[in-house]
Design a protein around this ligand. Structure first.
Ligand code: GH3
Length: 301
């Protein structure tokens, strides 16, 4: 095991090293530092199995060090907090700030320290796994499997939220539906897998065009939607729609095949077309239908 001790008191550090040697843990490296700043740098740069972190670390303290370490996305190491005071509230605050265990220095024995280090690493691994699982679950529920874009359910939730803000701030919104023309013939000519790859290629193109504040989603099938609330007037919306249309009109490289598509686009704006999410979705849908029935490859407002 590689361990790091951060403690400003040399006597306590030496005692910790001595006790660690008595634990029977397979120790490869036990690095020590008296400074919280150096401790943070070492912890972030190294690959330690666990850190023994003193709470009293003037001019800082252990909780501040914990917060700084846990605030870094690259940091992932178990931490056992050590303190001179027997303070349950402090122990709780340390756990809340990201420590896996809390020990009073006066009560540290080899067997206690061994158990704390092993339990902390195990608990930390479990916490990490739960976090990863939650993130995966979030991605699975929010994203469309094929393209990785937001799915229809979460898009509609975002639209409802955006409408509340737009009403409060007296701002306009635009909802843009994009439907690939005669997509069925692409499936029929090239096969379903190429059809899937084309949908992914279209998604990447759209991601390049939309602004960072815009929401992009795959509504379903060969239909995509953009919700934009960063645009202040209809001319800006028109410009975005033109960019979308031009970008998708350029040939797409789909698994080594160059495929050119056209799209029918329908635009609905808040508050002109509708004031609620269902109404706005319907308006954009009707505009898209008009683009289809008027000969495809065009935009309808
Ligand atoms: P139009 O121009 O009138 O919109 O014609 P279209 O062929 O694009 O539209 P239609 O709605 O008739 O057909 C959409 C096709 O999209 C039918 C369906 O098989 C296909 N599709 C839907 N989801 C997927 C998918 O996830 N992958 C693939 N490859 N095809 C899909």
């Amino acid at each position: 095991m590689d361990l790091l001790i951060i403690d400003d008191d040399i006597v306590d550090r030496m005692a910790a090293v001595r006790t660690l040697k008595e634990t029977g843990l397979q120790l490869r490296e036990v690095r020590q530092t008296a400074s919280s700043a150096e401790g943070i740098a070492l912890a972030l740069a190294g690959d330690y199995d666990a850190i023994l972190l003193d709470y009293q670390l003037p001019p800082s303290n252990g909780i501040e060090v914990l917060r700084e370490l846990r605030g870094s996305s690259d940091f992932s190491t178990a931490i056992v907090m050590l303190s001179n005071s027997h303070d349950e509230e402090l122990a709780l605050r340390c756990i809340e700030a990201g420590a896996q265990d809390f020990l009073m220095k006066s009560e540290v024995t080899a067997s206690r320290l061994k158990r704390a280090v092993l339990l902390a690493t195990e608990r930390h691994q479990l916490e990490r796994q739960i976090r990863d699982n939650n993130e995966q679950l979030r991605r699975l529920t929010e994203c469309d499997n094929l393209t990785g874009l937001t799915n229809r359910y979460f898009f509609e939730e975002a639209l409802k939220d955006a409408l509340i803000h737009a009403e409060r701030e007296q701002r306009e919104l635009a909802l843009i539906f994009i439907d690939i023309d005669r997509f069925k013939t692409i499936n029929d000519s090239y096969g379903h897998d190429i059809g899937d790859a084309l949908l992914r290629a279209v998604s990447r193109r759209l991601e390049e065009v939309v602004g960072k504040d815009d929401k992009l989603c795959r509504i379903g099938g060969d239909e995509f939607a953009i919700l934009t609330h960063a645009l202040t007037d209809i001319n800006q919306v028109r410009l975005l729609v033109e960019n979308v249309s031009d970008s998708l009109a350029a040939p797409l490289d789909v698994d080594g095949k160059s495929i050119t598509i056209s799209t029918s686009i329908g635009v609905a704006t808040y508050p002109d077309c509708a004031t609620d999410a269902t109404g706005l979705m319907r308006s954009a849908d009707v505009a898209t239908y008009r683009a289809k029935t008027s000969g495809r490859n065009q935009v309808q407002y």
